[in-house]
Design a protein around this ligand. Structure first.
Ligand code: ZN
Length: 153
């Protein structure tokens, strides 16, 4: 049995690790591009998304940009979770995470890694950092039909 402070330390260390060595960091040539910006702290995340021809599955996703440890770690984890998923599944992941952070809903077991952001819920400014890349992908998903490759969404 581990107590809450040990759990928080574990969560912190995962967040720091992802912010220092973000997964799927980079750029994809001629992919869909969407940007998330957080004016209050200057975070900016670019998402590059490659779908199959039917625009039904995320074949590859990368991100770059600048931001605090929370926004970078969150984008890193998000890309890991949605890569290879259908857009419908990715919407489910996005909704689950946003409801977990904003509405304090229980996370599905399959997304339990996202619990590392539990401590952010009570800090509205940090919530924006954590949700930055997720909101950007949500925007991309809702506009997928009219998205143009190589252009900004
Ligand atoms: Zn931030």
């Amino acid at each position: 049995m581990i107590d809450n402070s040990e759990l928080n330390e574990l969560y912190q260390s995962i967040i720091i690790e992802h912010s220092k060595r973000p997964r799927n960091f980079g750029h994809i040539e001629c992919s869909y591009h969407t940007i998330g910006k957080n004016p209050s702290c200057g975070d900016e995340v670019n998402l590059y998304i490659k779908t199959d021809d039917n625009k039904s599955r995320i074949e590859d996703i990368k991100f770059n940009g600048e931001g605090c440890a929370l926004s970078i770690a969150s984008a890193s984890l998000m890309t890991q979770l949605v890569k290879g998923k259908t857009l419908i599944d990715s919407k489910d992941i996005i909704n689950s995470f946003i409801n977990f952070i904003v509405n304090n809903e229980t996370l599905d077991e399959k997304y339990k890694l996202l619990h590392i952001f539990d401590g952010v819920k009570n800090f509205p400014l940090r919530v924006k950092c954590v949700l930055l890349s997720w909101r950007a992908l949500e925007k991309f998903n809702s506009q997928i039909k009219c998205n143009q490759k190589c252009n900004q969404v």
